[in-house]
Ligand binder design. Structure first.
Ligand SMILES: NC(=O)c1ccc[n+]([C@@H]2O[C@H](COP(=O)([O-])OP(=O)(O)OC[C@H]3O[C@@H](n4cnc5c(N)ncnc54)[C@H](O)[C@@H]3O)[C@@H](O)[C@H]2O)c1
Length: 283
């Protein structure tokens, strides 16, 4: 995709962090942008800020884990602007970090997979037919993570492996059909956002009734990772990578090379049937 001006983008998780930066950068390319997020007040602020800068934007409160909400988001976008050209399936949460994976509850799995993985399935099922119907084609960017490429460390990593694999399948299916639609898996490393404060948006019905034995470990890990992310790359820099990735139709968008050794070591371990290295966790 080369031309952005006058076209329409939909960005989920657009009230904060990377989604907010993608919305801003795409609007600066003169796109009309539909911002979706579960955090209604933050969404309203983001929309007001961007409208105040003269951008044509529209906010749609959306729980990305809910397929009906994604369908409503698509209707809102096409109803208002008549087309969709770029979709960023970006919303995500840090999810379950509270102990060994076998101690996670049904609610931990439902929340983490609902927001990080099923949201992208819903986005693909809802928005790809719309992009395929667009005579100008279009592009979808699914936010995975570097943790989808280096050895998996936690439930979050499992969801991001799913997003990466799903995106590769979408890419193969689009190519097999000669479609004018591109797709990218964005794999950022450590980005300065509120990702590890994601529990702020955990729905009441998906909260554990009583604190689990690992709840304190999870709280400490969230604080530690939040501090680590605050030293990371700016979301605006990631937005530049995304724009270039769309222009150049890149399947994989990596934001930095800090993880190359871990990526190589992981794949070497697979090829040599040895143990994978366990390095620092990515965001
Ligand atoms: N920050 C990093 O280091 C990093 C690295 C790799 C990947 N990521 C991924 O980047 C994406 C964006 O996260 P971020 O880092 O900007 O964090 P963030 O917390 O700043 O932004 C995430 C946004 O998603 C929204 N959200 C949460 N649950 C939602 C739901 N059910 N429906 C709709 N919106 C919801 C939040 O309200 C928030 O506005 C996520 O998919 C995350 O996994 C982040």
């Amino acid at each position: 995709m080369e031309q952005f001006a006058g076209k329409v983008a939909v960005v989920t998780g657009a009230a904060s962090g990377m989604g907010r930066a993608f919305a801003q950068r795409l609007a600066e390319e003169q796109m009309k942008v539909v911002l979706a997020d579960i955090e209604a007040a933050a969404l309203e602020r983001a929309v007001a800020e961007m409208a105040g800068q003269g951008h044509d934007v529209h906010g749609v409160p959306t729980d990305v884990a809910d397929p009906a909400a994604i369908a409503a988001l698509a209707e809102a976008a096409t109803g208002r602007y008549g087309r969709v050209d770029v979709v960023c399936n970006n919303a995500g949460v840090e999810g379950y970090l509270d102990g060994p994976i076998w101690e996670a509850t049904d609610k931990d799995w439902a929340w983490t997979f609902g927001v990080n993985y099923w949201s992208v399935v819903h986005g693909v099922r809802t928005f790809l037919p719309i992009l395929l119907d667009n005579p100008d084609g279009g592009h979808m960017v699914n936010t995975a993570s570097m943790t989808a490429v280096v050895p998996a460390r936690n439930m979050y990593s499992i969801t991001k492996h799913g997003v990466l694999a799903l995106t590769e399948v979408v890419h193969a299916d689009l190519k097999a059909r000669g479609a004018k639609v591109g797709v990218s898996a964005l794999c950022p490393g450590i980005i300065a956002t509120r990702l590890f404060q994601g529990s702020r948006n955990r729905p009441a019905e998906l909260q554990n009734e009583a604190p689990t034995s690992g709840a304190e470990q999870g709280r400490a890990m969230r604080e530690q990772m939040h501090a680590r992310l605050s030293t990371g790359m700016s979301p605006a820099t990631v937005a530049e990578h995304v724009l270039r990735g769309i222009r150049e139709e890149r399947l994989y968008i990596l934001t930095d090379q800090d993880w190359d050794e871990q990526i190589e070591a992981r794949h070497d371990a697979v090829l040599q049937a040895s143990l994978p290295p366990i390095g620092p966790a990515a965001g």
